[in-house]
Design a protein around this ligand. Structure first.
Ligand SMILES: Nc1ncnc2c1ncn2[C@@H]1O[C@H](COP(=O)(O)OP(=O)(O)OP(=O)(O)O)[C@@H](O)[C@H]1O
Ligand SMILES: [Mg+2]
Length: 296
């Protein structure tokens, strides 16, 4: 079966081992498109008619060729970019012009670069979202301590970012993104700047954190192994303009998602399939002159 067959048969999402979640989506996108102003003065269609519903406790991973609109899509989901066309809704509230700024506290962001403030200690970096969202009052020290414990950095609150390794800084970023208790954590290649060993270790940490918090997470990654370890649902975008080319529930059982996952037969099959799909999309983009490669 090639990827085209899968495009025709979108699978319903069913979180493995947790029973079907019948509540409505927290965040929806209905035929959302984004045009940017191109360098030649024309318009560049970066994301085309993406429709998606993000459900409670769901972990979605987004794969795709490089420059296929993944970051643009993620930014629209969190209200950082406004869609040009299409409707979005957050907890049932409908928005014709994208998620408004006053809903920003519903989201936490983690990017490839940690963006920590170098002049603030770890604790003070974690205080930042609480200050921005006016919730830095009573109880914030406990909340910060709780988040630092969650990411395993309870003994590092008083150090400055430059005293931490890259992996530790990304843990701080993760804690900072969750400290104000957002509904949805949006992550854009959060492990992309790390060396291979740290990256693998942190991907398992992220799995533990997602299970501990049961937070809704959406992660852009160029790494199929991460997507299969973490994603309950995996989307693959086409080359520019980014459309959903493929979408499937990840049916690798929760108990098999551990260090031994690479031995799992289903994992091997899905990995090969996703690899084919992503490469086919990259190749199609290259042939059409729309993208530079597969982002690996
Ligand atoms: N602010 C902007 N203004 C104009 N064009 C933009 C802007 N942001 C992104 N683009 C263009 O939109 C397209 C999609 O970019 P985007 O960053 O969403 O891709 P991506 O899939 O995240 O890429 P990568 O895998 O390299 O991170 C690219 O052609 C990019 O040049
Ligand atoms: Mg990107």
């Amino acid at each position: 079966m090639n990827w085209c067959d899968h495009k025709l048969s979108r699978l319903p999402f069913e979180p493995p081992g947790s029973g079907m979640d019948r509540s409505g989506p927290i965040l929806t996108l209905d035929k959302v498109s984004k045009y940017y102003e191109a360098q030649n003065g024309g318009e560049l269609l970066a994301v085309k008619e993406v429709s998606l519903g993000v459900r409670d406790r769901e972990f979605i991973c987004i794969l795709g060729p490089t420059a296929s609109g993944k970051s643009t899509l993620l930014k629209m989901m969190g209200g950082i970019e406004k869609p040009t066309l299409g409707t979005m809704s957050l907890r049932g509230e409908i928005f014709e012009d994208g998620i408004p700024a006053n809903k920003l506290r519903n989201f936490g962001f983690v990017f490839q670069q940690d963006n920590l403030l170098p002049w603030r200690t770890v604790v003070k970096n974690l205080r930042l979202p609480l200050e921005v969202f006016h919730s830095a009052g009573h109880g914030s020290a406990d909340r910060i301590a709780e988040m630092l414990t969650l990411v395993g950095l309870q003994d590092y609150g008083d150090v400055y970012p430059h005293e931490l390794s890259g992996g530790m800084r990304q843990r701080v970023s993760l804690a900072r993104a969750m400290v104000h208790d957002p509904d949805i954590l949006l992550m854009d290649q959060p492990l992309g700047a790390l060396d291979a060993i740290t990256r693998r270790m942190l991907s398992h940490e992220l799995l533990r954190i997602s299970r501990a918090t049961r937070k809704v997470m959406v992660m852009v990654t160029n790494n199929i192994d991460e997507a299969l370890l973490l994603g309950d649902r995996i989307l693959v975008l086409t080359a520019l303009p980014g459309e959903i080319a493929f979408e499937a529930a990840n049916d690798i059982p929760a108990e098999a998602r551990n260090e031994a996952i690479i031995e799992n037969a289903r994992y091997k099959a899905l990995r090969a399939l996703l690899d084919d799909i992503v490469h086919a999309q990259s190749e199609a983009g290259r042939t059409a002159g729309r993208t530079g490669g597969d982002g690996e």
